[in-house]
Design a protein. Structure first.
Length: 359
């Protein structure tokens, strides 16, 4: 085992943490209310700048010869082990000192006990930090894997690999650009910080999400026809339009229930007292149309690599199906308990759960 590979994710997460603390950031209110103060939780957001500086430092190190361009490929297994160890340590450190919440110990270890832990006087939020370090490590893995392909096949690199890198770069930069919007999503509203979220962001996110390129970077170009690459990119952006559109519409609505989304979609709601549910636009198509968008994006990424009969690239979209269908079921239960008859009326109006006409 190359020990430097084992330490690589720990070093990356340390650099990201330092940059997050020292780079300028905007401080914003989230959606979740702090029960101690009765006010929205505050967050420091500078994810895109942190990501860009980290990638720039990696490129500089490679250009100066301090690091091999495909270092994260050649040490991928060691890096995975190092990330696993760190993920377990993080989970234990977050869960064990926290007060019990009345669930089984294993359930609390997996799901967590603390809802929104923050440190250093609020300068670091655990959930935002987890997504930031995971996204940055994922980007480094993807770029390192792609460089291994380029170095292995310099005369005939796959355009599908270039497309995959471009689409995933868009995915990561777009996510970090819209950090504030994600403060209104399920993870920040409903989940605690335990093994699922901690190990998931420190290990699963950066190492499994790159499984498509992990499984094909060492393969020669499949010479995918141009029309197939265009179709894969179109499918990805179709999914992105649904996911981003739905999340942005909900974000705008929660900040101003009377606002017209994109200057076109006037909100239609079901209301009961102060409780309101959005029932038109993206949220009139299905109750979790954003989940459909995530699955379509993952499918476009799998197809872009040009190996449709290989299992590896398909593990990513299959994971999203396995993740989001149970999450939809849990979210529907949570909303039914929260909104009661109002949710029942919404279900009658918006019949489909994720895929219109299918499910």
């Amino acid at each position: 085992m190359r020990f430097e590979g084992f330490l690589a994710p720990i070093a990356v997460y340390g650099v990201v943490t330092l940059l997050h603390l020292v780079l300028p950031a905007r401080t914003v209110d989230g959606y979740v209310i702090d029960p101690a103060t009765g006010r929205p939780i505050r967050y420091r957001l500078n994810g895109l700048a942190v990501f860009a500086v980290t990638i720039g430092l990696w490129a500089l190190a490679c250009w100066r010869g301090w690091l091999a361009w495909d270092f994260f490929w050649t040490t991928r297994w060691e890096g995975l082990v190092g990330a696993c160890v760190l993920g377990l340590i993080f989970t234990l450190a977050m869960v064990l000192p926290a007060p019990r919440i009345g669930k089984g110990r294993l359930a609390e270890l997996y799901l967590g006990r603390l809802a929104n832990p923050q440190g250093l006087g609020g300068r670091i939020d655990a959930k935002m930090w987890l997504y930031l370090v995971g996204a940055t490590m994922l980007g480094l893995n993807i770029y390192g894997f792609a460089m291994h392909h380029r170095l292995t096949y310099p005369a005939d690199p796959s355009p599908g690999v270039a497309l995959y890198v471009g689409l995933f770069s868009f995915f990561l930069c777009e996510y970090l650009f819209f950090e504030r919007v994600h403060l209104y999503t399920y993870d920040f509203v409903a989940e605690n910080v335990g093994f699922k979220l901690g190990w998931g962001c420190l290990v699963f996110y950066p190492y499994f999400y790159s499984v498509g390129l992990w499984s094909t970077a060492a393969l020669p170009s499949p010479h995918t026809p141009a029309w197939a690459l265009v179709a894969a990119g179109a499918l990805f952006f179709c999914g992105w339009s649904l996911a981003r559109g739905a999340n942005m519409q909900k974000y705008v609505f929660k900040r101003d229930p009377a606002a017209t989304f994109l200057g076109l979609i006037r909100p239609q709601v079901l209301a009961e007292g102060e409780r309101r549910l959005l029932v038109n636009g993206f949220w009139g198509v299905s109750r979790h149309v954003n989940y459909l968008g995530e699955i379509l994006m993952a499918t476009g990424l799998a197809l872009s690599l040009g190996y449709p009969t290989h299992l590896g690239p398909w593990l990513y979209p299959l994971f999203y199906v396995g993740l989001l269908v149970p999450r939809q079921i849990d979210d529907d239960k949570r909303c039914a308990a929260k909104y009661g008859d109002l949710w029942s009326a919404y279900v009658k109006k918006v019949r489909w759960r994720i895929v219109p006409g299918v499910y």
